[in-house]
Design a protein around this ligand. Sequence first.
Ligand code: SAM
Length: 294
Amino acid sequence: MADKKRWIAETLFDELGFRMTFQVDKVLYELQTEHQHLVLFEQPYFGKMLMLDGAIQISKRDEFIYQEMMSHVPLFAHGDARDVLIIGGGDCGIAEEVLKHKVVKRLTQVEIDPKVIEFAKEHFPEFTKPVFADRRFESIIGDGAKYVANTDRRFDIVIVDSTDPMGPGKVLFSEKFYAACRRCMKKGGVLVTQNGVPFFQRRELTASMTKLRRLFADASCYVAAIPVYIGGHMAMGYATDNKRLRTLPVKTIAQRYRKAGAFKTQYWTPEVHVAAFAQPRFIAELVAKAKVRG
Ligand code: SAM
């Protein structure tokens, strides 16, 4: 009799009455950490996958889309970022992309769950090896909300690679957290956030846009389609006080890419960068619902 393969379900959208399930070749780790329920498993098509509190975080097969768009868009929009902060991001996929930018002098990552980094070192060495070998990289274990509220450091770019607004990640969608991020950003700095899948997480997008628009001169989102984040486009929140950065032409982004050595990418291009800010109407309407600055 064929051995019965296990299937693991993502329970993120249970309230909407559907689940995405994944056939599992092998469960590598399954435990309740101090902060969240963690499952790391091998999947026949997506490869290694990490799930936290019933929500898929990363798959080996499509991670490049999210990691590249969360790192290269803010860095090439800014154009001269030296100090970068990542909140969350324990798999180190975004850190690996950020460190491709030689202009970056220091990258600080604040991750709340040491288990995520520990397992990433074992199962995603393609990210963690180059990152932890890079002297520009600083790994801090702690709550990102507390860090931005207390640090005296200042950053050109803040990347919030968080879980969804539940458990330890909930505070990372609060106005208090966004205000604290703004407090530790340098003039003209750029903030980007993991902001869910608008087709299913409509309120989350409008709520974040409302909070960001109360704090920053320019706040909006850009989009990318990521297969394991079911639901079509994923929204990445974008906020800055430098209104020029969001509408830079392809020519300028391409020049900056060449100057940065035109390193290999699989998803991000100067054209995709600019196009990503063109929101489908239903997403633009969710963003437009956000109240403007007083
Ligand atoms: N790309 C994924 C997504 O979109 O769902 C997120 C990946 S990353 C693994 C998310 C990380 O945020 C997790 O490692 C989690 O431990 C971390 N995290 C959650 N809440 C946090 C907090 N308050 N401070 C710092 N890190 C936090």
